[in-house]
Design a protein around this ligand. Structure first.
Ligand code: TRP
Length: 453
């Protein structure tokens, strides 16, 4: 069943760090804090945790099962397990979705790089208006942001084209610990600011009046995006796992790391924001407009510390983004490499080229070229919407049906228990979740979103 010539991860730690690297990204350090800020702090976080536990982890195990059992790229994986072409559409959809997400994700990642260098060169010093202007001018200029996005894609390309062990695993082993250390340093600095307690309270004291059906939807969408579910990303990584990997345990560990980092990101941002009296619900612009100001004011008595913290902050963002872009790139790289019989380098070059085109168009749509919009939304926002709200939930929904109902149960048991060598205590719970709870919850939320339910 396993193809011995195929690349795989070299160690258990490598597997966890690479997979957690995929999960930990801008979704944690950027999207999670602004969602939590918008949706009532701790109340949102509780719902989020429920979504991770009851829907995210079973979803993740399902992708792992498809990936490890088939040991091939996403598109072929679904065909191989079902012996039918139509199911392969889930995999093709994953490859497609992965490239689109990578396209617009690279734009935001590029902004992080620009801000990293700008903070080193002290270009982010100034009053509120200056910083707002800085972001508006930069993000809507035609050349610079597009060039940073392309640069980011090439860094990703460089790592992915070096393969699973020498590229992805090795990079994850360096980047994930670095990211964690940077995060802890900033959390400590932020939480020791005067007035920080209010931010901590905001994060941990639930305000249940804020919970509406939409908050539930936000929490689910955030959980899926943050765990990299729905685009066969985890399925692709699992195709490089070895037979000893305990799929259930790995899913729980990755979900734990991902959630912990998201909460720490909240602890990095809210105490600092509250300490200078800035509202935490400023939305997506939080990290590019609100925060440069926050750092400046919060550490105004200690400018050197403020400088170091802001440089570290943008380094952290770029690192988090990079471990995720690598995983999105790998979905399509594995596909082109294996399906078109290209070298890994050739396959990854195709992916980089396609994603550069998407990224440049997205970047231009933010401001430089106003015609690049659909239904009043810029191309960037439209692609974000279509992938995160439609393709990802659809991919997860179909994967749950596929694993829960379509493939023979013996395959599921075989993978869950590593061919009977593990006890598989939670198998029944898992199967119940994947057969009933996940599809029903995803469908309900999906339909609600379009006003049908
Ligand atoms: N999970 C990553 C984040 O939180 C983003 C990501 C990586 C992703 N791979 C994915 C999202 C695949 C959806 C599908 O930023």
């Amino acid at each position: 069943m396993h193809n011995n010539d195929r690349a795989n991860f070299g160690s258990r730690l490598g597997i966890i760090l690479a997979t957690a690297g995929s999960a930990v990204g801008l979704g944690n350090v950027w999207r999670f804090p602004y969602m939590a800020g918008h949706d009532g702090g701790a109340a949102f976080i509780l719902l989020y945790l429920a979504c991770v536990l009851f829907l995210g982890i079973p979803g993740m195990i399902s992708e792992f099962i498809v990936g490890r059992n088939s040991a091939t790229n996403a598109a072929r994986a679904y065909i191989k397990l079902s012996h039918s072409r139509p199911w392969g559409l889930i995999g093709y959809m994953g490859v497609f979705t992965g490239m689109i997400i990578l396209g617009f994700y690279a734009v935001v990642a590029g902004w992080c790089l620009q801000y990293f260098f700008a903070s080193i060169l002290e270009h982010l010093q100034g009053d509120k208006d200056y910083i707002m202007n800085y972001f508006a001018t930069f993000s809507s200029s035609p050349f610079k942001p597009a060039a940073w996005a392309v640069a980011f894609l090439f860094i990703t390309h460089y790592i992915v084209s070096h393969g699973i062990r020498d590229g992805i695993e090795r990079a994850s082993k360096v980047m994930m610990p670095t990211l964690f250390v940077l995060l802890i340093i900033i959390v400590v600095a932020s939480c020791t600011l005067p007035g920080a307690a209010e931010g901590v309270e905001f994060l941990f004291k639930p305000d249940f009046t804020k919970i509406t059906p939409n908050v539930f939807l936000d929490a689910l969408g955030q959980a899926f995006f943050s765990l990299s579910l729905g685009s066969a990303c985890l399925c692709t990584y699992a195709s490089y796992f070895n037979r000893q990997t305990n799929l259930g345990k790995s899913a729980v560990q990755v979900a734990l790391i991902d959630t912990m980092i998201a909460v720490l990101a909240g602890l990095m941002i809210f105490p600092a924001a509250f300490s200078v009296g800035v509202s935490p619900d400023s939305g997506p612009s939080l990290i590019f407009i609100t925060l440069p100001n926050v750092f400046q004011q919060a550490f105004s008595g200690m400018p050197t510390l403020g400088y170091v913290i802001s440089v570290m902050f943008y380094a952290l963002m770029a690192l988090a983004a990079l471990t995720s872009t690598i995983s999105m790139h790998e979905i399509a790289t594995a596909f082109f490499h294996e399906e078109l019989n290209l070298s890994r380098r050739g396959g990854s070059l195709i992916v980089t080229a396609i994603c550069c085109v998407i990224a440049v168009l997205c970047s231009l749509s933010v401001g430089a070229v106003s015609g690049l919009s659909f239904f009043g939304k810029s191309l960037m926002d439209s692609l974000d919407f279509i992938t995160a709200q439609i393709f990802l939930p659809l991919g997860s929904f179909l994967t749950c049906l596929f694993v829960g109902w379509h493939i023979p149960k013996r395959i599921t048991v075989y993978e869950f228990t590593n061919h009977g060598t593990l006890k598989g205590t939670f198998f029944k719970v898992y199967l119940f979740a994947v057969r009933y709870v996940c599809p029903a919850a995803i469908a309900a939320i999906f339909l609600h979103q379009f006003g049908i339910l």
